[in-house]
Write a new protein. Structure first.
Length: 315
């Protein structure tokens, strides 16, 4: 009985110890389970802080992407176009159409560059040729308004792109100005008369080149800003008469006539020489060797006849 009780007591003690161990392990697990959310919460707050710090950097990242993708924006190039055209309009009253045409061009900030008007024996205007300058942006509008003056018989338009020429001239002007600045700097450092004369001569030449480029740039600017439109107004039922240029008179006429005669004579002489040249070459090939051979024959000495001696019996 005592052994049974002792065994029972030992089993009871072991059971209590096992239960105590299970409770401790449960408390530890609970503690660990309660403590786990704390790092998660801390991690979450850290993520919120990192997210809050990342937001201000978003625009700069966007700029970097756009810069990396597109690079530097190239300046927009405005095309330089030279527009020209001609228009023929027919109507009953040429004088009235002419006045309306001038008024229409004036309303578009254009102008009449030249005019050639003809009339009949009674003084009535029967034709009028106008060379008009209108802003390029209003070129189509001008054609439409002038076409409404009467019956349009003929129209011609032409556009020439001179963008490359404009850019090239502008670049050459910039380079020429930089070159002039360098030459002026050398001029200030020149000490001897020879250096001064040399630099001044080169400076003068480059200034002349710059003025030529500036004149070309101005001409291109005028051609691109103002379009040229030739307007022919003719009376109804009559074909347009082409303008006949009057012949030159006086000194200019004599100079042109003399020049034409000189060029005609020179052309005739050149043609004759060109026609005879192959024969002259052939004759030279044949006659030159004969001439040299004849000279050699003249230079050879003539043999002198020798008289044989007389025999002794003849003395």
């Amino acid at each position: 009985m005592r052994r049974i009780r002792a065994v029972t007591a030992v089993v009871a003690v072991v059971g209590v110890m096992v239960l105590a161990g299970c409770g401790a392990s449960g408390n530890d697990s609970a503690t660990s389970g309660d403590a786990a959310p704390a790092p998660a919460a801390k991690q979450g707050s850290g993520s919120e802080e990192s997210a809050g710090q990342a937001n201000p950097q978003a625009p700069s990242a966007g700029k970097t992407d756009s810069g990396a993708g597109g690079g530097k924006e190239q300046p927009a190039i405005t095309r330089a176009i030279i527009k020209t055209g001609s228009l023929t309009v027919e109507g009953d009253d040429v004088s009235g159409m002419r006045q309306k045409a001038v008024a229409a061009i004036g309303s578009l900030e254009g102008q009449v560059a030249s005019e050639d008007t003809g009339s009949d024996s009674d003084g009535k205007i029967t034709r009028s040729n106008l060379v008009l300058k209108v802003p390029t942006k209003s070129f189509e509008t001008a054609i439409q308004r002038l076409s409404d003056l009467g019956k349009r018989l003929q129209i011609h338009q032409e556009s020439t792109d001179v963008t490359e020429q404009v850019i090239d001239v502008a670049s050459r002007i910039e380079s020429q100005r930089a070159s002039l600045d360098r030459m002026r700097a050398l001029m200030a450092k020149a000490n001897t008369i020879g250096e001064i004369v040399s630099v001044e001569s080169e400076l003068t030449r480059r200034e002349a080149d710059l003025e030529s480029l500036l004149a070309k740039q101005k001409n291109l600017s005028l051609q691109t800003e103002l379009a040229t439109l030739t307007l022919t107004l003719t009376e109804k039922g009559k074909p347009p008469v082409e303008t006949v240029k009057e012949p030159d008179k006086g000194f200019v006429a004599g100079l042109k006539g003399g020049w034409n005669a000189f060029t005609a004579a020179f052309s005739a002489i050149a043609t004759a020489v060109g026609a005879l040249l192959p024969f002259l070459v052939l004759l030279a090939i044949i006659l030159v060797p004969l001439w040299r051979f004849r000279g050699k024959l003249r230079r050879q000495p003539t043999p002198v006849p020798v008289t044989p001696p007389a025999p002794n019996g003849g003395q």
